[in-house]
Design a protein around this ligand. Structure first.
Ligand SMILES: C[S@@+](CC[C@H](N)C(=O)[O-])C[C@H]1O[C@@H](n2cnc3c(N)ncnc32)[C@H](O)[C@@H]1O
Length: 248
């Protein structure tokens, strides 16, 4: 299976330890199929609203990932609207860990879908991996209103386009030892780790993304857009902090 940089990056952002992975708005199912190929332990759920896509995907899954006799199915298809994600129906245990992945749709739709899932499953243990196709700041603004916390964030570049990739959660997590307790920071409008590249390549991407985003919001600011004014002010102040990996 040939996968691009963006999908590859998303696959790498999925650590072990989840019980259920949800490839929402899965379309061709490339992301979920790559995770299946990597022999993940979790149950893989493919979700899309278009029946024809799901029928085609089911054929591919049956061919590439057949279920052996006596084995439980490691993948499932759900031809539904993502707002109706059956989190509690597939696993009613409070301790079940879910990763809901929403990638490749706009920032506004990503926010709408996430908010619906979050409101309908207030007690479930869910983390979200998000990669909006556009308007990431609109998504961030919604996440700030919902009091979400940022676990990870990176930039990825593919075909001259930049994508923000965020792993977020509704519950703050302690990330350091008991002696120096520190929690994951809340999601912010501009992002934090986004501007702390660890490699020269990531530094170059962050520098060019900042330039492009600043130019975009400077244009929008002329029409009196309030978000644009906030973005311009923040990006002009932003120093891209180098935390380059030192190799011995
Ligand atoms: C551009 S594709 C994204 C594919 C893939 N996730 C990626 O990152 O490349 C968008 C898909 O989202 C699906 N979609 C849009 N709104 C949806 C919704 N509310 N519920 C389920 N699927 C939806 C569409 O049917 C389409 O297949």
């Amino acid at each position: 299976m040939k996968i691009g940089k963006r999908i590859n990056h998303l696959v790498e952002r999925v650590p072990a330890g989840y019980d259920h992975l949800w490839d929402c708005c899965c379309d061709h199912g490339l992301l979920g199929m790559t995770l299946l190929q990597n022999k993940i332990d979790a149950a893989m759920h493919f979700v899309d609203i278009v029946p024809a896509l799901m029928t085609e995907l089911e054929g591919k899954l049956r061919q590439r990932f057949p279920v052996a006799v006596g084995q439980s199915q490691s993948w499932r298809l759900h031809c539904i609207d993502v707002v109706d994600l059956p989190i509690a129906e597939v696993d009613s245990s409070d301790s079940a860990r879910h990763l809901v992945i929403i990638a490749g749709v706009g920032g506004d739709l990503t926010a709408e879908l996430l908010e619906a899932i979050h409101r309908r499953n207030p007690k479930a243990n869910i983390e979200y991996l998000l990669c909006p196709a556009n308007r990431p700041q609109h998504l961030r603004r919604a996440l700030i209103k919902l009091d979400f916390y940022c676990l990870e964030e990176q930039l990825v570049e593919e075909n001259k386009r930049f994508y923000e990739v965020l792993t977020i959660t509704a519950q703050a997590r302690q990330i350091t030892s008991e002696a120096t307790p520190e929690q994951n920071p809340p999601v912010s409008l501009l992002g934090d780790k986004l501007w702390q590249p660890r490699t020269p390549e990531a530094q170059d991407i962050a520098t060019r993304y900042r330039q492009r985003t600043l130019a975009h919001y400077q244009r929008m600011q002329r029409s009196g857009d309030l978000l644009a004014a906030e973005m311009v002010e923040g990006l002009e102040r932003m120093a891209i902090q180098q935390t380059l990996d030192v190799k011995n």
